[in-house]
Design a binder for this molecule. Structure first.
Ligand SMILES: Nc1ncnc2c1ncn2[C@@H]1O[C@H](COP(=O)(O)OP(=O)(O)OP(=O)(O)O)[C@@H](O)[C@H]1O
Length: 572
């Protein structure tokens, strides 16, 4: 990749003070930040142990940064000095090293989000009792929820200058991606290194899509300017991502609510009939159409495309349509349901020594799932059942007899010792359940493959079998593998078709993008948005600007969209 270095970019490379680089989608913020990192490593000859830290918000964004870094000719020689990490993983490392100084046990364990949701139940995030409970879990048991990472790190570095200085001096240059989306604690942590490390902050207010979270403030960039006095450089007018198209013009017109009367090069709209089978066929067809559009424009087949929808429900709809026609794709999914559903399968694979105890475990999983969903009525119902089962009392309804039957059947079944086959046996048993909600819940375990940890789970289950002739601690094996995956530093391969929420697509880049619009499942106009639809506009802007060559908006026929109807996109 031949990098264009203009005056602005030269200033960024040469600057020795804190820097704030602002610019819209695809203007080259990540690229110039990486260029600066490599030039810093080369010119400042880092001491042993020193690295350039590049912090990002998500594993997706981290993967994309690493992929871009690999394209630099310097990567082979200097890549080991570049440390790209998510905020979460970086904070966790600090807590694991220094957390005990706050008086908690030395061994730290994480409470994954789905278990956290189950513990919290229907209490609000800021419920005082829940806040105290989380603090106690950390102080007394070393158990920590994801949302407390930043608070704990902040406490550590504020209470100990020595810790702050030793972290800061290991990273003479700290780059922060999407600085506009830092919450108060994250920003305070970064700010604490002001004066110790050089800070390079990348930002774009048009892409602030997490502002529904209480701590994300549109004034963050102003605050940054006031507090660390950075050299400010704007790359606003540049577009390196899709310069041969008018995708960015569309995005800007969308942002400014000033649609023009002709179409936009690189943007197409296609309508589908709402009846499920036609809709699903159109979803699959849209992939082929997008591929041809890209091939027409570039002379090459696309390397990757993304299908984006605002909610996971839309992801599921698109994924099922592709799956039915055996079109391979990678998917984002409802992690909560998948985790609990897989836990149910794992639980039923464990040796059944006491059928009543096993039934209680099953009910606890279902209770925790309902609680994680904030479904208090359902979780209370399960609490009642659990108490009754423990007292050997009678419970009316079909659920208990159904699971008693499943446990009975499995206890008489001889597992083969082949974990994949045995996992499937339990799954299929649950898939035949006649109670719709239970069957639907069980089906969520199919998404476990999306964690990329299937092989490790099967390997560890295989080891358990070798050691015990049974899947002892299958739930623990699953738990550890899922947790590792949630914190993992694996780089997800970018090729092929990716189905995800637009939120997850942030910071990524694809040859083509399909925006799937559906009135209920995948709305372009978000519910509870303001009259100007600012959030909806920003979300759509992030989605369309992921594309390098073409965007296809797949629209439900007959549905009037306040945002899209204003535009005169080329139709099919
Ligand atoms: N100076 C440059 N010269 C040549 N190509 C560039 C330059 N800067 C960026 N690019 C290319 O443009 C595309 C977008 O760049 P990049 O991802 O850095 O933009 P960004 O501002 O971080 O985007 P976003 O905020 O939307 O994630 C990439 O494919 C990158 O290789």
């Amino acid at each position: 990749m031949a990098l264009e270095i203009d005056e602005n970019r030269r200033a960024i490379l040469d600057c020795k003070r804190n820097l704030l680089v602002i610019g819209g989608p695809g203007c080259g913020k990540t690229t110039i930040a990486l260029a600066k990192a490599f030039s810093y490593i080369r010119e400042q000859s880092l001491n042993r142990g020193e690295k350039i830290l590049f912090l990002s918000f998500s594993r997706n964004a981290r993967a994309r940064i690493l992929e871009s870094a690999e394209n630099f000719p310097d990567f082979k020689e200097l890549g080991a000095k570049l440390y790209v990490q998510t905020f979460h993983a970086f904070f966790l490392e600090i807590i694991k090293t220094h957390g005990y100084l706050l008086g908690c046990p030395k061994k730290i364990s994480i409470i994954p989000p789905h278990d956290e949701a189950a513990l919290k139940g229907d209490r609000k995030d800021d419920d005082p009792a829940w806040l105290v409970e989380k603090q106690d879990l950390f102080n007394q048991e070393g158990k920590i929820t994801f949302d407390r990472f930043a608070a704990i790190v902040l406490e550590l570095i504020t209470r100990s200058e020595r810790i702050r200085d030793s972290i800061g001096s290991a990273f003479p240059l700290i780059i922060v991606d999407e600085a506009q989306d830092t919450d108060t604690e994250q920003w305070q942590i970064v700010q604490a290194f002001h004066g110790i490390s050089q800070l390079l902050l990348l930002g774009d207010l048009d892409q602030q899509i997490f502002d529904y979270r209480p701590d994300i403030d549109p004034r963050r960039l102003l605050e940054i300017k006031e507090q660390i006095n950075p050299l400010e450089i704007t790359l606003a007018s540049d577009n390196f991502r899709n310069p041969n198209t008018e995708i960015l013009d569309f995005a800007r017109d969308l942002r400014d609510n000033s649609p023009r009367d002709r179409g936009y090069k690189g943007m197409t709209s296609m309508k589908y009939a709402v009846i499920a089978k036609y809709r699903d066929r159109s979803i699959c067809q849209s992939v082929g159409i997008l591929n041809s559009k890209i091939e027409e424009a570039t002379g090459e087949k696309p390397k990757n495309i993304a299908i984006l929808t605002p909610w996971w429900k839309g992801v599921k709809m698109v994924s099922s349509a592709l799956k039915a026609r055996k079109i391979p794709h990678r998917v984002q999914f409802d992690e909560t349901a998948t985790n609990f559903s897989s836990r149910l399968v794992a639980c039923l694979m464990e040796p059944i020594l006491d059928k009543k105890q096993h039934l209680v475990w099953v009910l606890v999983i279902l209770r925790d799932y309902q609680s994680a969903k904030g479904n208090r009525k359902e979780s209370t119902k399960y609490d009642g059942w659990i108490a009754k089962v423990m007292e050997d009392g009678k419970v009316s309804g079909k659920t208990i007899p159904y699971f008693q039957g499943v446990i009975e059947k499995i206890s008489q079944h001889q597992f083969s010792g082949n974990p994949a086959q045995d996992w499937k046996y339990v799954q299929e048993l649950l898939f035949t359940c006649e109670m719709g909600p239970i069957q639907k819940f069980a089906r969520q375990s199919e998404f476990l493959v999306a964690y990329n940890r299937g092989r490790i789970i099967m390997r560890d289950l295989g080891n358990a079998w070798l050691e015990h002739s049974g899947y002892v601690d299958a739930r623990g094996i699953l738990h550890r593998a899922v947790l590792e995956s949630q914190m993992s530093s694996d780089v997800v391969k970018e090729e092929g078709i990716h189905v995800m929420t637009t939120y997850k697509s942030k910071g990524k880049e694809f040859d083509g993008v399909i925006i799937f619009q559906n009135e209920h499942i995948s709305p372009i106009e978000l519910r509870d948005d303001n009259a100007g639809m600012d959030r909806s506009r920003r979300l759509l802007l992030v989605g369309v600007t992921r594309a390098r060559h073409h965007v296809l908006i797949l629209r439900q026929a007959g549905f009037r969209s306040k945002l899209l109807d204003m535009f005169n996109l080329d139709g099919l």
